[in-house]
Design a protein around this ligand. Sequence first.
Ligand SMILES: [Zn+2]
Ligand SMILES: [Zn+2]
Length: 244
Amino acid sequence: MSRFAKKKKKTEKYEGTIMPKPKKRLDVIATRAMEWQARWAGGLKYEVSHKNRIIVERFVVDLLAGTCSCRFWGLCGMPCPHACCAIFEKGDSPEDYCNNFYSSAAYVATYGNLVSPINGENMWPKVECDTIILPIFRVKPGRPRMVRITEPNENRSQTKLRRTGSSVTCSNCDQYGHNRRHCPDPIVSEPGLAATTNGEDPNAAADNRSGMNIRRSERIRQTGVGRRRGRGRGKDSGRGRAAS
Ligand SMILES: [Zn+2]
Ligand SMILES: [Zn+2]
């Protein structure tokens, strides 16, 4: 409230078309315009090149459209050194070519309205209705999430890069976009793979996903190595336990 009032008072005293901070920035840009040389191309178009002939950069400035090919003018809303050079060539002031939101009129429009002061709580009018109570808090099932849900394009780690922009190739049909497991075509078993399936008929089990699962569980039963291999730490496989 008082911040708005202070800013409004400040603007009343200020004389100038654009506000002090953008003015300071524009002054720096205007001094840099001395390094450039503008050549009139007819209408309000100029070709601006550097006075130093070693620098071969050249820009097209359109004062009517308010653009420079370096794109600073369109981005920041104030003319770049090249545009300033063209403006000086025309005999105008760069302040007249700044965007409206740098003007003191825009500042007045923002802070000109008053935020009305209010009385204390004891003077507020009483309302006849039931007291509004808090909603009942219920603990949701499941473990509470400890990590924030990240955006799809957000880098999760600062040290590791995620695999983005790459596509998988199906080893079954050699097409992009899916892997062998989700291949729409019937899976063709390789001769090398068929030899490792313990005499099982490769064509019978290789048709669908459940066939692959059967094969895996059978191998587990036969060799005795299964789930407990490397999947987390068991009760007696922790490092601290082993040391004591
Ligand atoms: Zn420019
Ligand atoms: Zn495929």
